[in-house]
Design a protein around this ligand. Structure first.
Ligand SMILES: Nc1ncnc2c1ncn2[C@@H]1O[C@H](COP(=O)(O)OP(=O)(O)OP(=O)(O)O)[C@@H](O)[C@H]1O
Length: 253
């Protein structure tokens, strides 16, 4: 991949030649990919392909041994810690929902809004009209307005996933990393989640890791297939699905 300035300034996320080894096992082997501002990218690939490790590198949980990881064309993410990276506007949703079960839906969103701030700012924090409007806006987007006073613990698995996506949205991230959102969801919830992510992608960049091909089809975005720590194929889902190597190592399992 060339690193000329014109192409770099057009990237929100830029990975080039990223290498990660754990005790000699090379989890990422020269991973290079780009996410453009406002783009949603779906990442597929077999178990052990390096998808989670890639997310860990982007969010500062794992330091790469080699390679470039740049945010907005200039910020070197390999030099930042996890808190810094979250502050820069990269939000991550893990596979398992981690909402505060004993708080209401609304309180969960408020906690997320509050959580993005420093300790001193928190001391003086209160719900201003702007914050109330933001909560309304997020609840509407994740379609939980009518459940705002329900305890999060009483929500369905899918609704908890949406709530957690809402908690990320409350912090206005520039880039959202979403790990297998459809796992464990009903078909109806899965379809609804694809619609939700497409809406979110109108004003955020999104990277979704997913195994459910029906869901990836519904997303209707560019697809990258990882294998053995590098990109095996890229393109539309139809192009990637027709790739002989992708069929061999992943789809044809
Ligand atoms: N902390 C670690 N120590 C040792 N090996 C690790 C560690 N983390 C990941 N690996 C190995 O690196 C490889 C890539 O793992 P990774 O979790 O990134 O794959 P993945 O594509 O996310 O797989 P899955 O679809 O199963 O989540 C795997 O073989 C895994 O066993």
């Amino acid at each position: 991949m060339t690193t000329d300035h014109a192409s770099l300034t057009n990237t929100l996320l830029y990975l080039d030649g990223v290498e990660v080894a754990f005790d000699g096992y090379r989890a990422l082997r020269g991973l290079s990919l780009i996410v453009a501002p406002g783009e949603m990218l779906a990442i597929i690939g077999p178990n052990g392909a390096g998808k989670t490790t890639m997310m860990d590198v982007i969010t500062g949980k794992t330091r790469p041994d080699k390679g470039d990881v740049l945010f907005e064309g200039k910020i070197d993410l390999t030099k930042r810690d996890e808190a810094d990276i979250a502050q820069l506007g990269i939000g991550r949703k893990f596979q398992k929902p981690t909402v505060f079960e004993n708080q209401t839906v609304e309180e969960n969103i408020l906690l997320a809004l509050k959580g993005g701030r420093g300790v001193m700012a928190n001391l003086f924090w209160r719900v201003t009209p702007a914050i109330a409007a933001k909560v309304d806006q997020v609840l509407e987007k994740i379609r939980l307005s009518s459940l705002r006073y329900r305890l999060a613990g009483s929500l369905s698995h899918g609704q908890k996933q949406w709530l957690e996506i809402g908690m990320l949205l409350a912090q206005d991230p520039k880039l959202l990393l979403v790990d297998e959102p459809a796992a464990g969801m009903t078909d109806a919830e899965t379809a609804q989640t694809a619609i939700l992510l497409r809406e979110i992608a109108k004003d955020h960049s999104v990277v979704v890791v997913e195994h459910d091909m029906g869901f990836v089809r519904d997303l209707d975005v560019r697809v990258t297939c990882l294998h053995e720590g590098a990109v095996l194929a890229e393109g539309t889902l139809d192009q990637v699905s027709a790739n002989e190597r992708v069929i061999e190592v992943y789809l044809g399992r």
